[in-house]
Design a protein around this ligand. Structure first.
Ligand SMILES: [Zn+2]
Length: 524
């Protein structure tokens, strides 16, 4: 639903007047179309940006239809073009061409050293998983702060955040009938425990919430197994998020889901979930794709598999954690801030190399390169390593609360959180006036590949700031393999390559530096 916009053709100097006029009119028309799309995204925010939505209000207060909005914008834009045609030639280069050699330097440096990859390996090997509430996470944060000071950043500090403290404890699942087998499993974050003796019950395999409703008479006293194949993360994840509620409504004693991912080597995937205060809480866990399909086949053959589930998970009182902050203070407008970020917490399995150690290192290294190259941006570039993205987003919410008054001077929040794989561009949620600047900056990445700019942002942390008007952006990468490993024990650095991490660094660095340094303030 978010059509990707190709980076627009740049008007070159020296073309004849008729060609120039035609190209300006074409550019205006493109921007009008973009502004129409963008208004939708900006109004809707993260969750709904791909789903179509409310049209803005007209001056009279009536809800404008997409067609009337578009026509109005088109007329205004065309009339303005006719009168302003002699002055718009200069507008077509919003980002001065002098940034190309700087971008070239950044790209050359980023792609010639694998420091970020080695540092990521050290973070992952030294501290392992960095789950909210854990000592690992706080030790990793201490290490990041110490390293950032050594790097020479300014204002390096942690900002206090209270985070939830869910502890998995011991857990297991066994198939007891028709044969004995240990089922690799992971409790879902926030789940309650089973009684100490565990829960032993027959399973009912269903393939959707609707299927569960139609078979509700069979569900009472059973362990529901949701065998819902992966389509797209946002869609399939709803089984994980709401499965315990729906299963409990049908009278089930526990709920197991097919892990949310397109591929498995007997790897269960954990992740967040919800309870409804008005519905009985039941234990909720993920088993593997292979075992879910096996249970389903057994049921289809008329067998009634029996599973024993044992979980000791506990929700302890909230504890203190920190967002990691480090700045390159701007030389002319230090109060104006461009954020480059990732989230330092991970789930309590694997080592969080992809989710989101790679994103943290891409952001951190982007800023470190700018520092090492002696570039002095006019505005401040701030690294933020958010805490508690995975099970609460308390880091971003606390930043939004604590920095409320300075958020008007936050020009852009960039986040990398889709794995540090081959970068292809950026997704953006913000004003239509900003997009042409970002598209021109995207072109500066030509020596690697031009960055494609699309509407809509998947950076969960920076999207928390969008609600206060801060334009939000995520680094788009080739996510083909990301959900193979996401939230599993296999989220380890060997799945990433130095080359792709380095390209992520280059993309983040060029975007952050130019927005922080260009003559115009990125429009809102
Ligand atoms: Zn993440």
């Amino acid at each position: 639903m978010n059509p990707e916009l190709e980076v627009g053709e740049r008007t070159r100097p020296g073309c004849g007047w008729p060609r120039l006029a035609a190209s300006i009119l074409r550019a205006r028309l493109t921007r009008t179309l973009e502004s129409f799309r963008c208004n939708r995204v900006f109004l809707e925010g993260t969750e709904n940006c791909a789903r179509g939505g409310r049209a803005p209000l007209s001056a009279s207060g009536s809800r404008m239809t997409p067609v009337s909005l578009f026509l109005r914008a088109l007329i205004i834009s065309t009339v303005a073009s006719v009168f302003a045609i002699s002055t718009t030639a200069a507008e077509s280069a919003l980002v001065p061409p002098s940034y190309q050699p700087i971008a070239d330097r950044i790209i050359k440096r980023a792609t010639s050293e694998d420091f970020a990859y080695r540092r990521l390996a050290e973070l992952c090997d030294k501290f392992g998983p960095r789950f909210s509430g854990s000592k690992n996470l706080e030790d990793a944060i201490d290490w990041c702060l110490a390293e950032m000071k050594k790097d020479g950043f300014q204002n390096v500090h942690g900002e206090k955040v209270m985070v939830p403290n869910w502890v998995r404890g011991r857990e297991s699942a066994q198939l007891v009938t028709p044969r004995s087998r240990n089922l690799p499993m992971l409790g879902l974050g926030g789940s309650i425990a089973t009684p100490p003796e565990g829960i032993t019950a027959s399973v009912l395999v269903v393939n959707s919430f609707k299927d569960l409703q139609t078979r509700a008479a069979d569900a009472k006293g059973k362990i529901i197994v949701f065998d819902v194949p992966y389509t797209e993360y946002r869609e399939t994840v709803m089984i994980r998020v709401n499965g315990a509620i729906e299963a409990a409504k049908a009278g089930a004693v526990a709920s197991l889901i097919r892990s949310v991912g397109p591929f498995s080597m007997q790897t269960p995937h954990t992740g967040g979930m919800r309870y409804d205060p008005n519905v009985k809480k039941i234990p909720h866990a993920a088993i593997t794709i292979e075992d879910t399909m096996m249970l389903h086949r057994m049921q289809d053959r008329g067998e009634t598999p029996v599973v024993r589930l044992h979980m000791t998970a506990k929700q302890l009182p909230d504890v203190e954690s920190r967002n990691v902050i480090a700045d390159i203070v701007g030389t002319e407008h230090p109060e104006q801030i461009v954020i480059v970020s990732g989230h330092i917490d991970s789930w309590d399995v694997g080592t969080g190399a992809m989710d989101d150690g790679g994103g943290c290192l891409a952001a951190w290294e982007a800023a470190r390169l700018i520092l090492k190259l002696g570039l002095k941006p006019k505005r401040t570039i701030r690294i933020v390593l958010w805490t508690n993205e995975e099970n609460g987003m308390a880091g971003a919410k606390t930043y939004r609360r604590d920095h409320k008054t300075d958020l008007r001077d936050h020009l852009l929040g960039i986040e990398s959180d889709s794995g540090a794989f081959k970068p292809t561009g950026f997704g953006f949620a913000g004003s239509e006036k900003a997009m042409p600047y970002l598209q021109e900056i995207g072109q500066l990445l030509q020596p690697i590949r031009p960055a494609r700019l699309a509407w809509g942002c998947r950076g969960a942390d920076v999207m928390q700031l969008l609600t206060e008007g801060v334009p939000a952006m995520h680094l788009e990468v080739n996510r083909e393999r990301y959900f193979w490993f996401h939230h599993t024990d296999a989220d380890t650095i060997d799945k990433l390559t130095p080359k792709e991490v380095q390209e992520c660094v280059a993309f983040m660095a060029v975007m952050a530096y130019v927005v922080a340094d260009m003559p115009d303030r990125l429009p809102r």
